[in-house]
Design a protein around this ligand. Structure first.
Ligand code: BMA
Length: 339
């Protein structure tokens, strides 16, 4: 494995334009069926209502805390609705579960509204590798699986409109032979029909991100602005000195949230990126609580009428959180050096 880049620790502060909602907005306590960890939630807004699909790891919260990795590994996806995007009404049953002899779990959903239907992107652990899947739905009850990629690939997010006649997604393949083992970058692919994907090209390499020495991955479906497509992504750094960190016996990684701007016409071109993280783990829920402390993972982002952006992200692989910022401040972070 290639040597790890040493990172400047002073980069790791949260941007001052970010305001966190103080409490988790979803935890296992909100779920009316078996649940231990609720996280990595795709969120969108339609007709004034907020819609969330979240990853639900089944088990017992206390057992997970005391015996991580030993208390079962069943995952399904839950569905929740909300009038304010903060208080959620979780539906009585999970909405999505692909388990069979080959598929171990579908997880980490992202939600996009396109062509008058929902499109959900998800990761799939199979017995022969990790894949990225996409499905459409009119009612979030019945899903039409459009594609499941070859391994290893995941973290797919779909743009909310076609560009030059094609659907466009960001994705994160995992090249283990050719990139030194652990440098995984953000790519873009196009499709005429959500089934066949091609014209793949690199968007952003890990080496472009000063607060990463491991991997990056797309976070939420992009938001269209006058200046470009606004994206959030997760960026990971490894410190071999880190030991136990959360409930897992060993966890040497930290996941932070980054922000960038992509060209409106050709979103494989990065036209701006904050050289510092947007959000880093802070406070009890992000640094102490949960399965894997110091792991922030964004899967949802939406723009309100008053130009506030909401970012939905998970902490500790255990809860969903929400933070807000003004759109103009986020755009400025992508194009101007931060003080
Ligand atoms: C990633 C995925 C996510 C998870 C994150 C942090 O590699 O497995 O599902 O939230 O790690 O543990």
């Amino acid at each position: 494995m290639a040597e790890l880049k040493r990172l400047d620790e002073s980069l790791f502060t949260t941007a001052s334009c970010i305001t966190r909602y103080p409490e988790p907005i979803l935890s296992y306590k909100d779920v009316p069926y078996q649940s231990a960890l609720t996280f990595n939630a795709g969120v969108m807004k339609k007709d004034g209502k907020y819609i969330m699909i979240f990853r639900n790891d089944v088990g017992d919260f206390e057992a997970q805390r005391l015996f991580p990795n030993k208390s079962g590994s069943i995952t399904n996806l839950g569905l929740a609705f909300s009038d304010d995007g903060i208080h959620w009404d979780v539906q009585p049953d999970p909405c999505f579960d692909l388990r069979n002899d080959e598929i171990i779990r579908a997880y980490d959903p992202r939600l996009t509204w396109i062509d008058d239907e929902y499109c959900i992107c998800f990761a799939v652990d199979t017995r022969h590798g990790v894949c990225g899947g996409m499905a459409t739905s009119k009612d979030l009850k019945h899903f039409d699986i459009k594609s499941i990629s070859a391994p290893d690939n995941r973290n797919m997010v779909l743009f909310p409109e076609k560009l030059n006649g094609n659907y466009v997604r960001l994705e994160r393949p995992m090249p283990v032979y050719s990139r030194g083992g652990h440098f995984f970058d953000i790519w873009l692919s196009e499709s005429p029909d959500l089934v066949y994907w091609g014209k793949s090209r690199l968007v952003m390499g890990t080496e472009d991100v000063p607060f990463c020495n491991d991997k990056i991955g797309p976070g939420a479906p992009p938001i269209k602005t006058d200046k470009g497509w606004l994206i959030v992504f997760h960026a990971v750094d490894i410190d071999p000195e880190r030991g136990k960190n959360g409930w897992e016996p060993v966890w040497k990684k930290r996941y932070v949230i980054g922000i960038a701007l992509l060209d409106l016409k050709d979103p494989s071109k990065v036209i701006g990126m904050s050289k510092r993280p947007l959000i880093v783990p802070e406070g009890f829920y992000e640094r102490e609580y949960g399965f894997r402390a110091n792991a922030l993972f964004p899967c949802g982002m939406l723009l309100e009428e008053d130009q506030t952006v909401r970012i939905y992200y998970s902490a500790g692989d255990a809860i969903v959180r929400m933070a807000t910022a003004k759109l103009d401040d986020l755009l400025a972070l992508c194009t101007e050096p931060r003080k």
